[in-house]
Design a protein around this ligand. Structure first.
Ligand code: SF4
Ligand code: SF4
Ligand code: SF4
Ligand code: FES
Length: 826
C-alpha cells in the first residue's frame, strides 16, 4: 500500500493505483475523457492534469501516473483550471457546434466539461471538419466531426472485443479515426465503441430521435439471451424500452455487451407479441379471455390425467422463481414428466459432470479466466454462443499471454487471437481429441492422479486414443494434441470451456465426461483460480438445472415424452417458452409428436410455429416485464427487474402458474418473487442461506468462486467417428442470434436477416457457389433450400447453417447428430 495526500486528504491505496484512481477512491473528482476503467492507461487528452508537489509543481496526467509514497497532489488550482480550459478550447477547434440535434446531449462528457469550465469563447480559430457521416449500417452512426480523438473506440474494439475495427489515420489536424481503407463500419456490431465514446461521435442508430437521455428511467436487469448473464440497463420512456444503456458498475460484464444484448431488445415491443389468450375453435385459434383459456387448460389437463397423462417441456428463459412455481405445478398436476431441453443435451451434460466431479455447474467464475495461463475452448462456436465471456478470453490472451487452444470443427473468432492454436478436427470428433489429450497426460506422467478414482481403468480404455491414431481419425496433428495437453498440465491456472444448448445435443454426456477427465488429470479441477466452465445457451439454463427442471426418477424427459406422444402414449403437452418445431432436432418427429397429442398448450410471447399447433395459447411476458432472478453460467444469481408492462393482457409466467395452481387446488399465493426465492433457498441445497435482499449489484455466486468438488473420478468414454460423406453439415449458433427469440429483434435482423448455409472458400469454388446463391441441401430423406454465404473459416468438406430461423427448417435434416452428411446442389 502507498500513502499520499490529495487536496489535503490523507489516502492509502494499492501500489498499482494511478493518481486518478486514488482520487476517485477518496471521492475526489478529476475530469477525464480518454480514461476508462476497463481499458489500459492511455493519457491522450490531458484533461486530467494535476499538480504534484514533488515534481516542482509540474502538471502531469493523473490517469497514467502511478502513485508513490508521500506524494502530495493538488487537483484544483487556478493554473489547473486554466490548462483544462485550454485543453477544451483545443478540442473545440475543429468540433462542430451542433449540440441541439446531437443524441448525446445531456450525457456528453465534452458538453459537461465545457459547461463546468465555462468555455464560452475560443482563442484558437480553425477550420471545422466537414467529414461525411457513416450511416452505412443500420446500427451504428459515426460522425467524426464530433470526435475528440480519445482513442477509446480504437482501444475497446482491440483490447476487449478483439475485433480491431478502428485505427487513427492521417497526422496533425487531419488525424481521424477510421476503419480499414476508411470504409463504412462493418464489424460484429457489439456496440462497445458506442458505449465508450464520450461524445456524440459514435451513436446507436436505433435510439436516434427516440428520447433525450434525461427523460429515460434506468432499470438494471439481466440480458434475456445467453447464459453469460450480462447486466443490461434498460432505458425506459413511456413504458417502452428505448435503448440499452452502458453500465460498468454492476454485474460480470463491465458494461460489455454483444450485439444481442445491446441491439436485440426490439422484440420486446414487437407488433406480433401475443396480447390475448387464444383458444382453438373449429380448427382456428381465436382470441379469448383469461378465464375461458384457463378453464380450457384445466379441462384438457384433467382429461389427459385420466387418459395417457401429461408432460411439461419448458424453456430456460424463465426466472428461478417461475421455474420453481412450474416445478410445483407439475407436482400439483401429478406428473413427473418435466424437462427443459430437446434430446439429452442438458441432462447428458449434468449427468456427465455428476459422475466425474459430483457437481452440475461451472466450478469457477468468469473473472478468474482473465488471469489463466492456459485456456481450452471446446467448440469454436464458444464465441458465438457466449460473446462477452469470449471478451474475457480475449483479455486473458492479449493482456496476460494466456495460451489458447480450441478444439473444434471450424475456425471462429477465437482462432484469430494471437498465438491461438485450433485443433481443427473432423465434425463430431471432439471427444476423441479430448481423450487423446488425456492419454498424453497419463502416458507422459503429467497427469494429476492423487486421490483420483478410476485412473487405471481409464488408462486401459485410452489405449486406442494414442495421438497418432487419433490424428489419423480426426485430422488434428499429433503435435497439436500433445502441445495442448502439456500446456494445460503445466499451467498454474487454467480454464476449460464447454458450451451447450439445443443444437449441441449429440453425445453431450460423453463430451462432458471427456472434458471433466481432462479437468481432473490436468489438476484444473479443484485448483484455485482454475475451472471447468459449463456454459448454457439461455439466460437461465443454469437455474433450470439447479431447480431440477428435469424428469423425476422413472418419468419421461423431453426425448421420451415426444416419443410417447408420437406413439399415442401421452395425451397432453404443456410447452412453456420454447419453440419445439424450430429448435428441437428432427422436425418430422416433433411434428408427429404434436399430432399424436390430444391436447397441446403453449405459453409464449409470440405465436411460434409450435404455438400455431396449440389448442390453447397463453400470452406470456418477456424478461423486461418481470421481477425475479436468473442464475448465469458461473452460478451467479442476479436480479431481473421489471422495466415495462406486458402488452395487452399478457401475463408473466409467474402469474400464469399461480392462476393454474389455484385452479388445480394448490392455493398457495406468493405475494412476490421474494417469497418464492425464500422457498427456493429452503428447498434447493445450493441456494440455502441466500437471501434475495443480499443479491446486490454483483449478484451472489452460489457455492463461492471456486466450487468445492464432491469427487474426482475419471471415466472412460468413447468418441464417435466423423460421419462419411463429401460434405458434412454442422449447425449451431451464429453470433448475432440466440435461440429463436432474436429472429424477432430488428437489431439482430439488420445484420443477419435470414438463414444461410456457409461454405469455406475452397468448397464454394469447387461447387461454383457464390454469396446469395440458393443451394439445395439434401439429407436423411429431407431437403431444404438455403442462401449461400462464403467465408474463410470452414475447412474443406464442412458446411455450417445456424439453427435459429423457423423458415429454414434446418431440423428437417438435422436430427441430433453432431454432423450430417449432405448432398449439395445449386
Ligand atoms: S461495434 Fe464492436 S466490433 Fe464494431 S467497431 Fe464497435 S467495438 Fe468494434
Ligand atoms: S470516436 Fe469517440 S471514442 Fe473514438 S476517438 Fe473519437 S471521441 Fe473517442
Ligand atoms: S447475449 Fe449473452 S453475451 Fe450477449 S449481452 Fe446477452 S448475456 Fe451478454
Ligand atoms: S483522461 Fe487522462 S489524459 Fe485523458
Amino acid at each position: 500500500m502507498v500513502n499520499l495526500t490529495i487536496d489535503g486528504k490523507q489516502i492509502t491505496v494499492k501500489k498499482s493505483a494511478t493518481i486518478y484512481e486514488a482520487a476517485k477512491e477518496a471521492g475526489i473528482d478529476i475530469p477525464v475523457l480518454c480514461y476508462a476503467k476497463k481499458l489500459l492507461p492511455y493519457g491522450a487528452c490531458r484533461i486530467c492534469l494535476v499538480e504534484v508537489e514533488q515534481m516542482k509543481g509540474r502538471l502531469i496526467p493523473s490517469c497514467t501516473t502511478p502513485v508513490t509514497e508521500g506524494m502530495v497532489v493538488k487537483t484544483t488550482s487556478p493554473d489547473i483550471t486554466k490548462v483544462r480550459k485550454t485543453v477544451l478550447e483545443f478540442l473545440l477547434v475543429n468540433h462542430v457546434v451542433e449540440c441541439p440535434v446531437c443524441d448525446k446531449a445531456g450525457e456528453c462528457d465534452l458538453q459537461d466539461l465545457t459547461f463546468q469550465y465555462e468555455v464560452v469563447k475560443n482563442r484558437f480559430e480553425g477550420e471545422k471538419f466537414n467529414l461525411p457521416t457513416d450511416e452505412v449500417n443500420p446500427l451504428i452512426e459515426r460522425n467524426m466531426n464530433r470526435c475528440v480523438l480519445c482513442g477509446k473506440c480504437v482501444r475497446v474494439c482491440d483490447e476487449i472485443v478483439g475485433y480491431g475495427s478502428y485505427s487513427f489515420i492521417n497526422r496533425g489536424f487531419e488525424t481521424k479515426i477510421a476503419t480499414a481503407f476508411d470504409r463504412g463500419l462493418n464489424c460484429e456490431f457489439c456496440g462497445q465503441c458506442v458505449s465508450m465514446c464520450p461524445v456524440g461521435a459514435i451513436l446507436p442508430r436505433p435510439f436516434k430521435f427516440k428520447a433525450r437521455p434525461w427523460q429515460l428511467s434506468e432499470v438494471d436487469t439481466v440480458c434475456g439471451y445467453c447464459g453469460n448473464g450480462c447486466t443490461v440497463t434498460l432505458g425506459v420512456l413511456n413504458d417502452k424500452v428505448e435503448t440499452i444503456r452502458f453500465n460498468d458498475k454492476t454485474g460480470v460484464n463491465d458494461g460489455n455487451l454483444c450485439i444481442r444484448g445491446r441491439f436485440g431488445y426490439g422484440y420486446i415491443h414487437h407488433d406480433d407479441r401475443l396480447r390475448k389468450p387464444l383458444i382453438r375453435k373449429d380448427g382456428q385459434l381465436v382470441e379469448a379471455e383469461w378465464n375461458e383459456a384457463i378453464e380450457a387448460v384445466v379441462k384438457g389437463f384433467n382429461k389427459a390425467g385420466n387418459e395417457k397423462g401429461l408432460g411439461i417441456l419448458s424453456g430456460a428463459r424463465m426466472t428461478n422463481e417461475e421455474l420453481f412455481l412450474l416445478k410445483n405445478l407439475a407436482k400439483t398436476l401429478g406428473t413427473g414428466n418435466l424437462d427443459h431441453s430437446g434430446g439429452e443435451c442438458y441432462k447428458g451434460l449434468t449427468e456427465g459432470l455428476m459422475e466425474t466431479l459430483g457437481v452440475k455447474a461451472s466450478t469457477g467464475t468468469f473473472p478468474q479466466v482473465e488471469s489463466c495461463d492456459a485456456i481450452l475452448a471446446i467448440r469454436s462456436d464458444f464465441y458465438e454462443t457466449h460473446p462477452v465471456f469470449g471478451m474475457v478470453v480475449n483479455q486473458a490472451v492479449k493482456r496476460h499471454d494466456a495460451q489458447l487452444f480450441i478444439v473444434s470443427d471450424k475456425k471462429g473468432k477465437f482462432s484469430k487471437l494471437p498465438h491461438a492454436k485450433t485443433l481443427l478436427g473432423k465434425p463430431g470428433t471432439e471427444i476423441q481429441i479430448l481423450n487423446s489429450m488425456a492419454q498424453v497426460l497419463l502416458s507422459e506422467g503429467l497427469a494429476v492422479t492423487d486421490g483420483v478414482e478410476g485412473v487405471e481403468e481409464l488408462k486401459a480404455a485410452l489405449a486406442k486414443y494414442a495421438p497418432a491414431d487419433v490424428a489419423e481419425r480426426t485430422g488434428v496433428s499429433v503435435d497439436a494434441i500433445k502441445a495442448a495437453a502439456r500446456a494445460l498440465a503445466g499451467a498454474k491456472k487454467s480454464a476449460i470451456l464447454l458450451a451447450y444448448g439445443l443444437p449441441y445435443a449429440a453425445h453431450s454426456k460423453e463430451l462432458a465426461i471427456a472434458a471433466a477427465n481432462l479437468s481432473i488429470l490436468t489438476g484444473n479441477a479443484g485448483r484455485e483460480g482454475s475451472g471447468l466452465y459449463l456454459c448454457g445457451e439461455k439466460s437461465n439454463s443454469q437455474g433450470a438445472i439447479d431447480l431440477a427442471i428435469l424428469p423425476e426418477a422413472g418419468a419421461m424427459g423431453a426425448k421420451d415424452m415426444l416419443e410417447a406422444a408420437r406413439n399415442g402414449n401421452l395425451s397432453a403437452l404443456y410447452v412453456v417458452g420454447e419453440d419445439l418445431l424450430t429448435s428441437y432436432p428432427d422436425r418430422d418427429k416433433v411434428e408427429a409428436a404434436l399430432k399424436g397429442l390430444s391436447f397441446l398448450v403453449v405459453q409464449d410471447i409470440f405465436l411460434s410455429p409450435t404455438a400455431q399447433q396449440a389448442d390453447v395459447v397463453l400470452p406470456a411476458s418477456s424478461f423486461a416485464e418481470k421481477d425475479g432472478t436468473f442464475t448465469n453460467a458461473e452460478r451467479r444469481i442476479q436480479r431481473v427487474r421489471k422495466g415495462v408492462s406486458s402488452p395487452g393482457d399478457a401475463k408473466t409466467d409467474f402469474e400464469i402458474f399461480e392462476l393454474l395452481s389455484a385452479r388445480f387446488g394448490r392455493n398457495i399465493s406468493y405475494t412476490a418473487p421474494a417469497a418464492v426465492f425464500a422457498d427456493i433457498a429452503a428447498n434447493v441445497a445450493e441456494y440455502a442461506g441466500i437471501q434475495l435482499d443480499a443479491v446486490g449489484p454483483q449478484g451472489v455466486v452460489w457455492g463461492g468462486d471456486d466450487l468445492a468438488l464432491k469427487k474426482k473420478r475419471v471415466v472412460a468414454v468413447d468418441g464417435p467417428e466423423a460421419p462419411q460423406g463429401d460434405f458434412l453439415l454442422v449447425t449451431g449458433s451464429s453470433l448475432y442470434h440466440s435461440g429463436t427469440m432474436s429472429t424477432r429483434a430488428k437489431g439482430s435482423l439488420s445484420v443477419v436477416a435470414e438463414p444461410y448455409i456457409e461454405f469455406g472458400q475452397e468448397d464454394a469454388k469447387k461447387l461454383q457457389v457464390t454469396d446469395g446463391d440458393v443451394v439445395t441441401v439434401k439429407a436423411e430423406g429431407g431437403q431444404i433450400k438455403l442462401k449461400a454465404k462464403v467465408d474463410r473459416r470452414l475447412p474443406q468438406g464442412v458446411v455450417f447453417a445456424p439453427y435459429h430461423f423457423a423458415s429454414a427448417e434446418i431440423n428437417r435434416i438435422y436430427k441430433g447428430a453432431s454432423a450430417v452428411a449432405v448432398e449439395l446442389s445449386k
